[in-house]
Ligand binder design. Structure first.
Ligand SMILES: NC(=O)c1ccc[n+]([C@@H]2O[C@H](COP(=O)([O-])OP(=O)(O)OC[C@H]3O[C@@H](n4cnc5c(N)ncnc54)[C@H](OP(=O)(O)O)[C@@H]3O)[C@@H](O)[C@H]2O)c1
Length: 290
């Protein structure tokens, strides 16, 4: 008889996320072990608890999910987890990173854009492009071959993100722009087919009057779920909705796809015992979901 599906949920916040716990259950996890306050310094015993209990032939029925609100902290935990797996002896489990929903949200946003645009021929502006979600949106857009501009209130922060994307994808067309004042907006939007706003909750990054002057703009995606919306005139529930001649998506419009991708990725963890689901793998999985 198959052993039950066990997910070890490692959260870098003190209280493990209820959201991630519910999604795990809905993805078919039978036993969910959630730990809060996880750091690289205390994760080793938790990993050993996974890999030294079941034999290699059953380890595909144990998996690890790394979450929490701090994406950098999640990345550090993921790196440490991977150091302590021993795949040469089959002592490994699959691992997914989705701190702050950053990976699944970015993949869902880019898939929304791809419904309307040929990404390889798309020129994009990612506002709030220095945050965890925006960085991933920009990276995916660049990976798919488009020209991407990272917007930030501080040019040097946007330039650092652009450099990191070019380091990952040397052929990527990525640049940075300062969007510190409304006077910067027209230049930042000039020639852009797609704008994605990934700013902090409740912050308006793109006023309606600037969007009205963006003649090349076709698709506007806002990921901020806390009103006021990050792109003025785009509603939370927009999902391919026409807003002033632009195809618009709001946070809830993208959120349905994000949930589908998140659940599918958790379920996919149990298809092997040495898989990693980070941004690129979750993007590839989403391609198969249609
Ligand atoms: N729809 C979904 O399913 C879903 C899932 C997860 C997250 N989200 C949303 O996605 C958005 C991005 O998340 P995140 O964690 O990456 O956000 P974040 O780190 O809080 O903020 C992203 C960027 O917004 C800019 N920003 C911060 N405060 C600002 C202000 N007062 N005015 C203008 N810009 C400001 C900053 O860029 P600069 O300092 O470089 O300008 C920051 O790097 C959030 O609104 C989050 O709630 C949605």
């Amino acid at each position: 008889m198959d052993k039950p599906l066990v997910l070890l949920h490692l959260d870098t916040d003190a209280l493990p996320s209820v959201f991630d716990r519910v999604v795990a259950v809905d993805a078919g996890v039978q036993h969910l072990f959630s730990y809060g306050g996880v750091t690289p310094a205390n994760v080793v015993a938790l990993v050993h608890g996974c890999i030294f209990t079941r034999g290699p032939k059953d380890l595909h029925r144990t998996a690890i999910f790394v979450g929490g609100s701090d994406v950098d902290a999640g990345e550090a935990v993921l790196a440490e987890v991977k150091k302590h797996l021993i795949p040469a002896y089959g002592l490994s489990v699959s691992v997914m990173l989705d701190s702050n929903g950053a990976n699944t949200t970015a993949v869902a946003a880019v898939r929304a854009a791809a419904k309307h645009l040929d990404l390889a021929a798309t020129t994009s502006l990612v506002l709030g492009g220095t945050g965890p979600v925006g960085r991933r949106v920009a990276r995916l857009l660049a990976k798919h071959g488009g020209r991407v501009t990272i917007g930030s209130r501080q040019l040097d922060r946007a330039e650092a993100v652009a450099r990191s994307i070019r380091a990952a994808y040397p052929s990527a067309h990525v640049e940075a722009v300062a969007v510190a004042s409304s006077a910067d907006g027209p230049k930042a939007l000039d020639g852009k087919h797609l704008v994605v706003a990934a700013g902090a909750p409740g912050t308006v990054l793109l006023p309606k009057k600037l969007r009205a002057g963006a003649t090349a703009l076709k698709v506007a995606i806002d990921l901020n779920g806390v009103p006021p919306t990050g792109i003025e005139g785009v509603e939370l529930t927009d999902k391919g909705t026409d807003r002033d001649g632009h195809t618009a998506y709001g946070a809830l419009g993208v959120g349905g796809t994000k949930m589908k991708i998140h659940k599918a990725a958790v379920a996919a963890l149990f298809t092997g015992n040495a898989l990693t689901f980070d941004l690129d793998e979750i993007d590839a999985l989403a391609e198969t979901l249609g």
